[in-house]
Design a protein around this ligand. Structure first.
Ligand SMILES: *Cc1c(COP(=O)(O)O)cnc(C)c1O
Length: 433
């Protein structure tokens, strides 16, 4: 062989490892990540870099495979890269990726959302859950002519200025309940109360009822781990809102289309005035939506005085992905399968943790294991969890090829692609606790 013909092998640059990518990322991306919880600060160690995901499995650049219980933080309800979604995106892309002119998929998506979530009579698409919530808050203020909003400690609604007050998820993981850069004059317009504490909410309404534009909540809070509303609590919140002329906003960015076709509001039988959506409706592409009573939604521009817009809102690729995912869930009754998988997982977790100081919560395909025996009904209880023990269990699971969210204050997700064997494997590491 001549010197001028080096072997193909020597021409291949070494494939980057997670470790080398992490060092490069740290130099050019703040904290190495584009969203804080991904940095593993809640569990220690270095994150791995994924370049492939299929079904319930993710594969990192180092060639390790994991059974994934994060599902890209909720959207991957059919598992990763479901064929129906890949086909829909591929076909749609052949005709263009964005028009900035009305396209038929926008009508189909709006009709689909209104059919599945009956409290939504009209809906507008956005590019993220954060944007949906931000717009819904503005709309509530514009509609009521009031400035104050009420939220619950530990409920996360995206990184909206007035809602990053006692928020869950990343803000909690990093131990920064509030963010720098939010004017205190704005934050003073946000009242916060503990979840499942009706008296606290009654107190706020007594004092400031006539100023309150809206009460916003995750009907099933899933950004400080996962805990459930106590019986009658959601009804009581709605009653207070009605008595004082405040709007009730359900943030179902996480629970929408996941807990049931109509989200948590279907399960609990509550009709909110406005609903925010995201995650599952995007099929893994960047999408959010907000909708509700037509009378309220008609206050949006160009019909009304509340301005809201988006260059890429209603993007054909994103809507094709979301519609394909929702159709497949309906065609296969994915929710029934998820409930049965969830119940199986719950049974094996409960038997593995019997007698141990742990608390397990599950609703449908969402779950959380708290490292405390204290019953968890709000943020203050969730914070009693032993986060060091959580971190040890996270890393022990990772070594077994199981990927849970890298923070105590996140929910886990099951997809229709998980098998009973995958779920059994996931509970294996619990035995060592
Ligand atoms: C994820 C989430 C958001 C924010 O959505 P993004 O798409 O991350 O902006 C808002 N509310 C809830 C309940 C969420 O879980």
């Amino acid at each position: 062989m001549s010197d001028l013909q080096p072997s193909a092998f020597s021409l291949q640059p070494a494939a980057p490892t997670s470790h080398s990518l992490w060092n490069r990322a740290l130099r050019r991306i703040p904290g190495g990540v584009n969203s804080p919880v991904r940095a593993f600060r809640g569990v220690g160690g270095e994150p791995f870099f994924v370049n492939k995901a299929k079904g319930c499995t993710i594969t990192d650049v180092d060639g390790s495979e994991y059974i994934d219980f994060v599902g890209t933080w909720g959207p991957a309800i059919l598992g990763h890269a479901p064929q129906v979604v890949i086909d829909a995106v591929t076909e749609t892309a052949k005709h263009g990726t964005s028009f900035g002119i009305p396209n038929p998929l926008e009508v189909e998506m709006a009709e689909t959302i209104c059919r599945m979530v009956p409290s939504v009579e009209k809906v507008r698409m956005t590019n993220s859950g954060t944007e949906a919530v931000m717009s819904a808050i503005r709309l509530a203020r514009g509609f009521t002519g009031r400035d104050r909003i009420v939220k619950f400690e530990g409920c996360y609604h995206g990184h909206v200025d007035s809602l990053l007050v006692k928020a869950g998820s990343g803000a909690l993981t990093l131990g920064q309940p509030d963010s720098a850069g939010i004017p205190s004059s704005l934050a003073t317009l946000t009242s916060t109360v503990p979840f499942n504490d009706l008296e606290a909410l009654q107190g706020v309404f007594q004092e400031k009822g006539s100023e309150i534009a809206c009460v916003i909540l995750e009907p099933v809070p899933a950004n400080a781990g996962l805990y459930l509303p106590e019986p009658g609590y959601l009804e009581a919140i709605q009653k207070l809102c009605r008595e004082h002329g405040a709007l009730l906003i359900f943030d179902e960015v996480m629970t929408g289309f996941r807990l049931a076709p109509g989200g948590a509001q279907e399960i609990y039988g509550i009709t909110p005035d406005l609903t925010t959506l995201g995650k599952v409706i995007g099929g893994g592409l960047p999408v959010g939506a907000f909708g509700g009573r037509a009378e309220i939604m008609d206050h949006l521009a160009p019909l009304g005085p509340v301005y809201q817009a988006g260059t890429l809102s209603g993007n054909p690729l994103a809507l094709a992905a979301g519609l394909a995912q929702l159709k497949e869930m309906e065609r296969t009754n994915g929710w029934a399968l998820l409930e049965s998988l969830g119940a199986q997982m719950e049974e094996s977790v409960r038997s593995a943790i019997r007698g141990k100081p742990l608390t397990f919560h599950r609703i449908g395909s969402m779950f959380c294991l708290y490292f405390t025996e204290v019953p968890v009904r709000n943020l203050a209880d969730a914070k009693k969890s032993d986060t060091a023990a959580f971190a040890r269990h996270f890393h022990a699971s990772l070594r077994e090829g199981i990927y849970f969210a890298p923070s105590q204050f996140e929910a886990g997700f099951i997809s229709t692609a998980h098998t009973p064997e995958d779920l059994k494997r996931a509970t294996q590491a619990l035995k060592a606790l």
